[in-house]
Ligand binder design. Structure first.
Ligand code: ZN
Length: 306
C-alpha cells in the first residue's frame, strides 16, 4: 500500500525558544532579534520566539519581554511563546499585541515532569487548565505540548492511554493544538505510527503536531511515520539547535532545513524558502561561533541541474 502523505505541511520554527534556551552562553538580545526577524521572512508561518518562564531558571531567555518588544515579525506569521504557569500568562498578556498563541507544556511521565517543573502530572494539568482558560478568554490560541510522549529516560515506556488522557484534558480545557514531544529522542517510526493513529482517533477535532528530536538520528524517519498517520504539523529548530534541560545531553531538535529539504524533494509544500532558511542557520553559526549540526546546512539544497 502506498502511504498517504499530505500535500502540504505546516512547520513551527522553535529554535528561538527550544534552541536558544539550551545554549551554554546567553545570546545577546540584538542577535536574537536579527535571527528572529530573518526567520520570520523565510516564508515560515509559525514561529515560537521565547519562553515566559522564571529568568533565574532559564537565564538564556531572561530577555523575553525585550525580544517581544524589539522583534519585527510580518503579519501572517503566527507568534507563540512558551508559558509555564499563570504568572507566565500574565506576562504574555502584557504583550498581547505581539502574541498570537501561547504554548503550555507538561510531561507524560511523572518523573520527568517532577524533574522539569517540580509538580505531579495532575498538579500540572490543573494549573495549565487555568492558564489555557485565561489565554482563550484573552483571544489567544493555545497549544499543549506533551513531553516524553514516546518514552521517558527515567521511567521507560509511556502508555498510549496515559498520553491520550493528558491530551484529552488539555483539549477539554480549550487547547486547539496538541503536540506530542519525543523530548529525549526515544521514538521509532513503528511506535510513532501507532501512537499518532491512536491520538488521531481520540482527538479528531484537534490539530495534532509532532515534535521530534534527532538525538539518535531518527527524527526524519519519525516525521515520515507521523505523516503516514495523517499528521501534517511539525515543530523543528533551524540549525538543529535545541535539546531538553533534563536529563543533560538530550540534544537536538530535528533541523528545520533538513525537514524542509526532505519535504520539498517529496513534493510536499511548506511555504519556506530553503536558501533563506539556510542563511539564517549560517548567521546563527557566526553568532554562536561554532558549527551547527544540520545536514542541509553543510550540503546545501539538492541541485538537479535542470
Ligand atoms: Zn524540543
Amino acid at each position: 500500500m502506498t502511504p498517504f502523505f499530505p500535500q502540504s505541511v505546516s512547520i513551527r520554527e522553535v529554535g528561538p525558544r527550544d534552541g536558544f534556551q539550551n545554549e551554554p552562553e546567553v545570546i545577546a538580545t540584538e542577535h536574537k532579534i536579527e535571527l528572529i526577524d530573518s526567520l520570520a521572512r523565510t516564508g515560515i508561518r509559525r514561529l515560537e520566539v521565547t519562553s515566559l518562564v522564571r529568568p533565574d531558571r532559564i537565564p538564556q531567555l531572561a530577555d523575553a519581554e525585550r525580544v517581544l518588544e524589539l522583534m519585527d515579525v510580518p503579519d501572517g506569521v503566527s507568534v507563540s511563546v512558551l508559558v509555564a504557569n499563570e504568572r507566565g500568562l500574565e506576562r504574555a498578556l502584557c504583550h498581547r499585541a505581539q502574541i498570537d498563541q501561547i504554548t503550555v507544556f507538561l510531561s507524560a511521565s511523572e518523573t520527568h515532569n517532577a524533574r522539569n517543573v517540580n509538580r505531579t502530572v495532575a498538579e500540572s494539568l490543573a494549573a495549565l487548565q487555568r492558564v489555557i482558560e485565561g489565554a482563550r478568554a484573552a483571544g489567544l490560541r493555545c497549544e499543549g505540548v506533551i513531553s516524553t510522549a514516546f518514552g521517558c529516560p527515567y521511567e521507560g515506556r509511556v502508555e498510549f492511554t496515559a498520553v491520550a488522557e493528558i491530551a484529552l484534558a488539555l483539549a477539554a480545557a480549550g487547547a486547539q493544538e496538541i503536540a506530542l514531544g519525543d523530548t529525549t529522542g526515544m521514538a521509532n517510526p513503528v511506535q510513532v505510527l501507532a501512537l499518532l493513529e491512536h491520538a488521531r482517533d481520540r482527538l479528531p477535532e484537534i490539530q495534532l503536531t509532532a515534535h521530534f528530536h534527532n538525538t539518535r538520528g531518527q527524527g526524519l524517519a519519525n516525521v515520515l511515520a507521523a505523516m503516514g498517520a495523517g499528521v501534517d504539523s511539525f515543530e523543528s529548530s533551524f540549525g538543529e539547535l535545541g535539546g531538553c534541560p533534563v536529563p543533560a545531553g538530550a540534544t537536538g531538535n530535528i533541523a528545520t532545513e533538513d525537514l524542509v529539504s526532505m519535504l520539498s524533494e517529496m513534493g510536499i509544500e511548506t511555504g519556506i524558502d530553503l536558501p533563506a532558511l539556510i542563511a539564517c542557520s549560517r548567521h546563527a553559526q557566526e553568532i554562536l561561533g561554532r558549527e551547527l549540526g544540520s545536514h542541509t546546512l553543510v550540503a546545501g539544497p539538492v541541485d538537479w541541474r535542470q
